[in-house]
Design a protein around this ligand. Structure first.
Ligand SMILES: [Zn+2]
Length: 235
């Protein structure tokens, strides 16, 4: 089982760990700061180093309770002490982008009552789909202004890990379809943009909305009568 250091400290850039299993070029570690991907946020990349050698981590994925790190060549053996470093420049851009997406869905729900149905992001770019029948092109400027107000308000974010039963009592979480989480999950991680948005989420976020910087709404598409897609970009 891999301890998910990224769940409690999104700003951790380097860490020490031990190889617990190998599978070809892949290693599982006892702890990691590498985000394995999920919730629309791509996995991290970076390096592992041991005994004067450095490997590139090209892919990261979660399988059961283990986080697997795919390396650019033959993996170090089980029991090796490694030093991991994530590509922080890329990860920090993803953290800013992920928080921007939550600002967007928080504002759209608060001001238009529309729920998010999906989303995806890459560094400094993201898209979200909403059940938003009344969305019109004229709203784009309005939405852009409203989300940037939340950036300048410098709202703190807060991460909590709650027992499932407790999380199911929170109305904001129920509306974001928490009930779709598999029954086997006993703890729910939540991310709150204080005063704006609360969601069950495994991703990594900035500590304050001021870190996101200016958000631009770069595209809006109608994906049918009800479903609308909004795309944003950061500077
Ligand atoms: Zn999220």
């Amino acid at each position: 089982m891999t301890e998910a250091l990224y769940h409690t400290d999104a700003y951790l850039k380097e860490f020490d760990a031990v190889v617990t299993a190998i599978d070809g070029n892949k290693v599982a570690l006892d702890r990691t700061a590498f985000y394995p991907g999920g919730g629309g946020q791509p996995h991290d990349v970076g390096t592992l180093a041991a005994n004067g050698e450095t490997w590139n981590v090209v892919k990261v994925s979660k399988q059961g309770a283990d986080v697997w790190h795919e390396l650019d060549r033959e993996a170090p053996s089980v029991g090796t002490q490694v030093h991991g470093a994530i590509d922080w420049d890329r990860r920090y851009k993803l953290m800013r982008t992920h928080t921007a997406m939550h600002i967007l869905c928080g504002v759209i729900f608060r001001d238009y009552g529309a729920s998010v149905t999906g989303g995806n992001m890459e560094p400094l770019k993201g898209r979200m789909d909403f059940e938003f029948e009344t969305m019109r092109q004229e709203f784009v400027k309005q939405i852009e202004e409203k989300i940037n107000v939340e950036v300048t308000q410098a709202r703190p974010t807060s991460v909590k890990i709650l027992p499932r039963a407790e999380a199911f009592q929170i109305p904001d979480l129920i509306r974001t379809k928490i009930n779709l989480l598999p029954a086997g999950i006993t703890e729910i991680r939540t991310i709150e943009i204080v005063g704006l948005d609360l969601q069950a989420d495994g991703g990594t976020h900035v500590a304050n909305t001021s870190e996101v910087g200016r958000i631009r709404v770069v595209d809006y598409k109608s994906k049918g009568k009800i479903n609308k897609r909004i795309e944003v970009a950061l500077d």
